[in-house]
Design a protein around this ligand. Structure first.
Ligand SMILES: *Cc1c(COP(=O)(O)O)cnc(C)c1O
Length: 463
């Protein structure tokens, strides 16, 4: 298996190279040259197997033989042993035909752990073999940074710089990053939005001098290994509800579209998925794109679900590439225009293809709060505001002709202010992380300026 760039102007590479590079050198995103497919009996055979084994099987199909199967099995076993629930991603029922898949049982209490715990082990494995050291630069809307710091802190071959938008993430989210005292971790509060942070990361990746000087790598959801790891829980949760004999639908709280795109991949791989609802908060670029066919940036508003305060959904480029029949020249044209003008029209045929699988729904702040309260009253379950966006969207779209699985992407205790404001109750932090509140914080502050941040990254990597 080889990985091609969505912009068609970079050479195809193998799995390990695609993982270490993050973004392709032509500014595109790597995507497999063909999707592996599973026959129904292979999917049915996942029933009852431990999560880590299903993960090793599915992710192993993307490595093109570059990682020995036994090593992949060991890395998956270790990665998912860090989760506090033996099922790793358990399902609970919230209404007839409606379920929640709890993706938040990892060390930083958000779904980013599912991919990041594996990614850190993959990096260690690959870099160790290559006797190489890399610098990971990551922009975070709140949860990626914490998951990356949790997964990579103290690892010998990697330094991590996490950029977060100052004042736009929750205190608990911030503490998951800033409490780390390992020397290979640096956190930077950027005076700007998440989109600013993400643009600076893209700028850094296109700076070949910096890229080589610090051996730059990225673990944002532009990294295909994250997508591969996120495909797994689509399979395990669907199989738990009777797939492949029965179809299922998913409702995915979306920001950068990495999680929802993994669902597209699962569907291409043979999982019977009737529909994927991409649920956004009032930062609704994705919802509008599927509704109107115009992918157009708006201003970023701060909401109760900050991990989704995004108006430039990186992974949408992967779906676009697929839906323009893998035309790299057209994808490059469109996303260069988007970067310059902030808006593109989706070609009608591509939009029709997207709509065969995706529905976009935007959820208001009031609906999000009401859904937290209603879910608590009706089921006794306290859900976080991101999950509430998904559950609200599930209720808004109505019958999808199949059981619906809404992803619960964060533990309620990661957003105590929002949960308390909506429900009047304060979720307790699990014991394992309650100590965070007392740890000293360590971070630097910088303006939203690419040159300043690149100089900082270089100095840190060379220190
Ligand atoms: C990152 C994140 C999302 C959005 O996921 P994308 O892959 O960026 O669409 C949703 N909820 C939470 C809690 C997150 O951390």
């Amino acid at each position: 298996m080889r990985y091609v760039s969505t912009r068609g102007a970079a050479p195809a590479v193998g799995f390990t190279e695609a993982v270490l590079a993050g973004l392709a050198p032509d500014g595109g995103l790597y995507i497999p040259d063909a999707w592996p497919t599973l026959a129904p009996n292979a999917i049915a055979a996942f029933a009852g197997r431990p999560y880590a084994e299903v993960a090793a099987d599915l992710i192993g199909r993307f490595t093109g033989g570059e990682i020995p199967d036994a090593d992949m099995a060991e890395m998956c076993a270790e990665a998912y042993a860090t989760f506090s629930h033996p099922a790793v991603v358990p399902l609970t029922q919230i209404a007839p035909g409606a379920f929640i898949a709890e993706l938040f049982h990892g060390p930083s209490l958000a779904f980013k752990d599912v991919a990041m715990q594996l990614l850190a082990r993959l990096y260690d494995h690959i870099l160790g073999r290559q006797k190489r050291r890399q610098t990971i630069l990551c922009a975070t809307s709140g949860d990626t940074g914490g998951a990356a710091v949790e997964a990579f802190r103290g690892r010998a071959n990697v330094r991590v710089v996490a950029l977060f938008p100052e004042g736009r993430i929750s205190e608990v989210q911030r503490r998951f990053m800033t409490a780390a005292d390992e020397k290979n971790v640096a956190c930077v509060a950027v005076a700007g939005t998440f989109d600013d942070c993400q643009a600076i990361v893209k700028d850094a990746f296109q700076d070949n001098v910096l890229r080589q000087a610090v051996d730059l790598s990225g673990v944002n959801s532009i990294n295909f290994a994250r997508i591969a790891a996120q495909i797994v829980y689509y399979f395990t949760s669907a199989v738990a509800l009777g797939a492949p004999h029965r179809s299922v639908a998913f409702c995915v709280p979306s920001g950068n579209f990495g999680d929802a795109f993994a669902g597209y991949a699962a569907s291409r791989m043979g999982l019977p998925v009737t529909r994927i609802v991409a649920a956004t908060n009032s930062n609704d670029i994705l919802a509008r794109a599927f509704q109107d066919g115009r992918y157009a940036r708006g201003g970023v508003a701060a909401t109760q679900s900050p991990a989704m305060d995004i108006q430039s959904a990186s992974n949408f480029e992967r779906l676009y590439f697929e839906c323009v029949r893998r035309d790299g020249v057209e994808t490059a044209r469109a996303f260069t225009a988007f970067a310059e003008m902030g808006a593109i029209e989706i070609p009608p045929q591509a939009l029709a293809t997207m709509r065969e699988l995706f529905t976009g729904v935007a959820v208001s702040e009031a609906q999000t709060a009401r859904t937290m309260t209603a879910t608590l009253n009706e089921t006794g379950q306290m859900i976080d505001p991101h999950t509430a966006v998904g559950v609200a969207a599930l209720q808004m779209v109505g019958d999808l002709g199949a059981p619906v699985i809404a992803f619960s992407t964060a533990h309620a205790a990661k957003f105590p202010e929002a949960v308390q404001a909506a429900t009047g109750q304060t979720p307790a932090l699990p014991g394992s992380v309650a100590a965070l509140a007392k740890k000293p914080e360590r971070f630097d502050r910088l303006p939203a300026d690419a040159a300043a941040i690149k100089a900082y990254v270089r100095a840190f990597a060379e220190s």
